[in-house]
Each structure stands twice: as structure tokens, then as C-alpha cells.
Design a protein around this ligand. Structure first.
Ligand code: ATP
Ligand code: MG
Length: 427
């Protein structure tokens, strides 16, 4: 009996995992420059934390949750996204307290779970890199956070991207707009998909996010939220665009963009790849402002701004744009050993090199010298040590610098005591 991985999941194998590490390292160091610190929340969460934040009528909550009752009868779900659990933690640990910096800025990297139809760039277990900033309602926070996401892609060498923004305004805006949408879509009610018929009275904004073809046609002529902005919402959005202009960042405004989560207010944005091969999966990064969410989950009135990047989609784009990631692995030393009697000494030499802080490898499969030299080559060893029975008896070992071609016979004691000197001399 043998098995395949569960549908919609991936095994990230060596060869691939190096790319993940590089992406994660790049994110960590860039986000640290912007004073974000890492947070890690549980992979499973109270169902209610997600349903109240993301919204009961969203696809995520109504169709895509991996939820279950645990043995204690608690309603649990694997986390479908990162923001709601972080807000839960922010409130639980009172991270709004005076002892914490403001804004309070965190980033996360990890798996998320959604029961979706798997396709290229759409999985059931996928991974996000995301950030959240709590406590600032300044439009500069919106802008610097979007710019940080753009800087991340740029640093990875991705060129063909565009930034799309919109605003969902404040409560007053959405109440006005909601009515306008109900009025507009009601005239076409029988043309709407079943899902959208239901959404019409529950949450008409959700219709704008419909993937249904007929819905999409109607959405194209739907009223624009930009005509319903309250004074406050208009002022915030104008500041955002003014600041983007000041930084000479290009962007498009798409007034029917809503996002698949209910908690957003004011600015929302997506960063999309121009690569046509990604199809509907072209959004690499999505996020925005969520000024009511902390209060919704029982905390004090606290504005927030964040985004999430899909790592699998990012990898597809890196591949499509043929971005060369730096080679992470080069071996400092390979120890070739010839003859069974050299086994223990080869072990000692290899360990001594590692203990001195270098990377080292050797053959443990009893292969012939020629095959071992091949391995050293393949692993791109900088130095190759060779230990035969003659050398062992004489207390010596051969060392060759692959860069210079220089070769030397040195006492084994030098390897044990003065390795750094040899590496320096022969470099
Ligand atoms: P989409 O409209 O593509 O379904 P979404 O609105 O559900 O995206 P968010 O919840 O905002 O996406 O997630 C942010 C990012 O996470 C997306 O832009 C994408 O890069 C990634 N992402 C979301 N869902 C998946 C998935 N099922 N598989 C792979 N990546 C995903
Ligand atoms: Mg989705």
C-alpha cells in the first residue's frame, strides 16, 4: 500500500526548500528594516474568531473552512488566514498597552488552509507571508506598508507587477453604498447566480467579488463606491493617492475591487503579476485597512493595516520571470577516503572541519575514489582532502584547493589544530 499527498497540498522537497528559505530570509530582513517583528499563532483557531472577522457570508467561512469539533466539543478550524488570529492574540495579550511600541508591527510566515478547488497557484494548504500594523490611522501607514510589499518583490527580482487600489470607506460609506447596490442588483435579481441572490440581502458587497460569469457582467456596470464616500473616507483616500504620487509609485484605482474578507475598511489593495499564465491566480499580495476589527474581537478601538502574500504564487512568478535565486549551498570541504582502514580517521577529520565552523561531507557508502571525487565536484567543494592508507600510516593527509588548483600534503595534526590557517593560505 502506498499513498499520495492529500489533494491540494504539496511536499516541499530539498531543491525546492532552498527557494522557500531564500524568500523567507528576504522577507525577514526587509520587514525587520521596517521594524516589524515576527509573531507565530496556532495553526488552529476558534471557529468563531474567524467567522466573526472574515464574515459568515464570505466564501472563506461559508465554503472553505477546515473546521471540526475537537474531543472536548469545541468548534475549531484550521486557520484560513493570518489576520484574525493575530488580532485575537493582540487583544488577548493586551498588546495595545502603554509598554508596547505604537504602531505595533508584526509579520508572520506560515501555512493557511482553505477547502478550495486546487489549481495552479491555488491550494488547500498554502503559505502566506503577511504583516499587520496596529494603532495608526495615518494614510502614511497605508502607503509605506504597500511600498514595503512592492520593495519585497523588487528585492526578489520580480519586474512585471502592478498595484491596484480601492477604498471601502467607513461605516457611513458602506451603508450608503450597500443600499445603492441593493437598488441596482434588485433590478437584475433573476439574472444573478444563486450565491449572489443570497448575497443580495445578506451582504451585497460580496456580489462584487463573485467569480460567476453572469454576475461579473452585471458588476461591470454596478454603481461605484467612489461616488458614495463619506467626507472622512474621501479625505483618507485622497491622502493615500497623494502620498503614492509623492513617492512616484504607479497604481490603478479599481472601484469594484472588494476582497474576499469582510473586515476591510478604507484602503484595500492588490499587487498583481502581469503574467497571463497565472489566470485568475495573478494576485500575489492582497491587503488593506481594518479599522473596526480589533474592537469587533473585544479590544479597544484600534485601527489596523496589513497584507498577505501567497508564497506558492510568488514561486510561480519567480519561475515565469526566470529569476535566478542565489545558490545557497557550497561545501567548504569534501573528505575522500580510500581503504576501509581510513574510515574512522575520515570521520574524525570531517568532524574536526565541522567543529571549526565549516561545512564538510565525506563518503559513507564505500564508493571508489573516482566516485568520491565526482561527489566533491558535484557538491562544489572548495577544498578536497584525500586520505589513503599510506597517508594515514604517515600521519598525513592531502589537501587541494579547487579554486587555485594548489595541492599540499600536510600533517593530520594541522587539520586538527590549524585548519583556518590552511584554508587562508591556500585560498
Ligand atoms: P483569490 O481571490 O485568489 O481567491 P483571496 O482574496 O482569497 O484570493 P486573500 O485571502 O486576500 O486572497 O489572500 C492573500 C493572498 O494569499 C492571495 O493574493 C494569494 O496570493 C494567496 N492565496 C489565497 N488563497 C490561496 C490558495 N488557496 N492557494 C494559494 N495561494 C492563496
Ligand atoms: Mg480566495
Amino acid at each position: 500500500m502506498s499513498y499520495q499527498r492529500p489533494k491540494g497540498t504539496n511536499d516541499i522537497l530539498p531543491g525546492e526548500s532552498e527557494k522557500w528559505q531564500f524568500i523567507e530570509d528576504t522577507a525577514r530582513s526587509l520587514f525587520n528594516n521596517y521594524q516589524y517583528q515576527e509573531i507565530r499563532t496556532p495553526l488552529f483557531e476558534h471557529y468563531e474568531v474567524i467567522s466573526r472577522s472574515v464574515g459568515d457570508t464570505t466564501d472563506i467561512v461559508s465554503k472553505e473552512m477546515y473546521d471540526f469539533y475537537d474531543k472536548g466539543g469545541r468548534h475549531i478550524t484550521l486557520r484560513p488566514e493570518g489576520t484574525a488570529p493575530i488580532v485575537r492574540a493582540y487583544v488577548e495579550h493586551k498588546l495595545f498597552g502603554p509598554e508596547y511600541s505604537k504602531p505595533y508591527k508584526v509579520f508572520y510566515i506560515g501555512p493557511m488552509f482553505r477547502y478550495e478547488r486546487p489549481q495552479k497557484g491555488r491550494l488547500r494548504q498554502f503559505h502566506q507571508i503577511g504583516v499587520e500594523a496596529f494603532g495608526s490611522d495615518n494614510a502614511a501607514t497605508d502607503v509605506e506598508t504597500m511600498v514595503m510589499a512592492l520593495a519585497f518583490f523588487k528585492q526578489l527580482g520580480i519586474q512585471h507587477l502592478h498595484l491596484v487600489i480601492n477604498t471601502l470607506g467607513d461605516k457611513a460609506t458602506r451603508e450608503n453604498y450597500r443600499q445603492a447596490l441593493i437598488d441596482y442588483f434588485s433590478a437584475y435579481e433573476n439574472k444573478l447566480s444563486e450565491d449572489s441572490k443570497r448575497r443580495l440581502h445578506e451582504n451585497p458587497l460580496r456580489i462584487l467579488d463573485s467569480k460567476d460569469k453572469a454576475d461579473k457582467k452585471l458588476v461591470a456596470d454596478a454603481p461605484s463606491i467612489l461616488d458614495y464616500l463619506s467626507e472622512k473616507a474621501q479625505a483618507h483616500f485622497t491622502q493615500v493617492t497623494t502620498m503614492l504620487d509623492a513617492l512616484e509609485i504607479s497604481y490603478e484605482i479599481e472601484s469594484t475591487m472588494v476582497r474576499g474578507l469582510d473586515y476591510y475598511t478604507h484602503t484595500i489593495f492588490e499587487i498583481m503579476s502581469d503574467n497571463p499564465q497565472l489566470g485568475a491566480q495573478s494576485t500575489l499580495c492582497a491587503g488593506g485597512r481594518y479599522d473596526q476589527l480589533v474592537e469587533e474581537l473585544g479590544g479597544p478601538d484600534t485601527p489596523g493595516f496589513g497584507f498577505a502574500i501567497g508564497i506558492e504564487r510568488l514561486l510561480l512568478v519567480l519561475e515565469n520571470e526566470e529569476v535566478e535565486l542565489p545558490a545557497l549551498h557550497q561545501l567548504d570541504a569534501y573528505v575522500v577516503n580510500i581503504g576501509a582502514s581510513t574510515n574512522t580517521e575520515a570521520l574524525k577529520v570531517t568532524q574536526a572541519i565541522r567543529d571549526a565552523g565549516f561545512s564538510a561531507d565525506r563518503d559513507v557508502m564505500g564508493r571508489k575514489a573516482k566516485a568520491q571525487f565526482k561527489s566533491a565536484d558535484k557538491q562544489r567543494a572548495k577544498f578536497v582532502f584525500t586520505l589513503g592508507e599510506d597517508e594515514l600510516n604517515a600521519g598525513m593527509i592531502n589537501v587541494k584547493s579547487m579554486a587555485s588548483g594548489e595541492e599540499k600534503r600536510i600533517p593530520l595534526t594541522t587539520v586538527y589544530n590549524d585548519l583556518t590557517q590552511i584554508f587562508d593560505e591556500m585560498n
